[in-house]
Design a protein around this ligand. Sequence first.
Ligand code: F6P
Length: 320
Amino acid sequence: MKNIAILTSGGDAPGMNTAIRAVAKYAMSKGITVYGIKRGYAGMLNDEIFELTPKDLGGIIDRGGTFLLTARLPEFKNPEVRAEAVKNLKKREIEGLVVIGGDGSFHGADLLYKEHGIKVIGIPGTIDNDIAGTDYTIGFDTTLNIILDAISKIRDTATSHERTYLIEVMGRNAGDLALYSCLAGGGDGLLIPEKEFSIDDLAMQINKRREQGKLHDVILVAEGVGSAFEIAEKLKGKVKSEMRVTVLGHIQRGGTPSGLDRIIATKMGAHSVELLEEGKSGLMIGIESNKLVTYPISHAWESKKEIDIKDYELALTLGH
Ligand code: F6P
């Protein structure tokens, strides 16, 4: 394989730059020419494609976001749009494409392979950790650490004022960020979309903690269950303590990628080049039990990543 391209697509995630660097540097070490595509599939369509040089890759291993920029292009569902976009790859004789993003981005890649023969490999990059076939997606660990830092800060003021805080965290329809930040941050309550919950039970639990002499409550609310402000509204009148809501928002997606994110991004990036060199296509890379694995790329949207029930129950038990 002589020419390959890389793009990042969907929501950005810390560690995407690290993955781009690994793909490009590893490919260059094998004599492969590497193109960067700006703004995901939008840049493929608009011909924002340029050859990457070693200079582009310097000093990006620890930079959050994606220097290739990212976008969501719903029109890519349209076969004519894909046919137009692929012309820009073919005119540069680009045979392989590495897509760093979530399941929607992988879907687009799969269609480029099936319809136009471009060899594609997906690398899971999203803070949500919602892709089947991998224990971790790139970005999840960094975001988890940002949330843990926020929990510690909020707990300080929650204790001083003896308040109940609801902290709304990202994750789209997945509860992983809320679950693991509750587990690792010592959260006192957890609401995730994968599990039913009762407002009355939560209120009872908060009141019981106060009877035990506890001075604060930090409740993790996954955005997938709805707005934390609405949950607070429903709790009003049922809990005795004063309540506050903090929506962490997009600070969760920025900042220097953690060590774990950099390691998985680097390993997955290099492996994507190995797979393309072996002539493989239509695959996604994952990491399971600390080993790199591959699945057909369709696994990302055909299988649902399940929540770990044992971890969920442990978070609830320790939060009481
Ligand atoms: O998928 C990543 C994510 O950060 C989700 O957790 C969140 O729901 C969404 O993207 C936010 O998207 P936007 O950046 O378009 O507001």
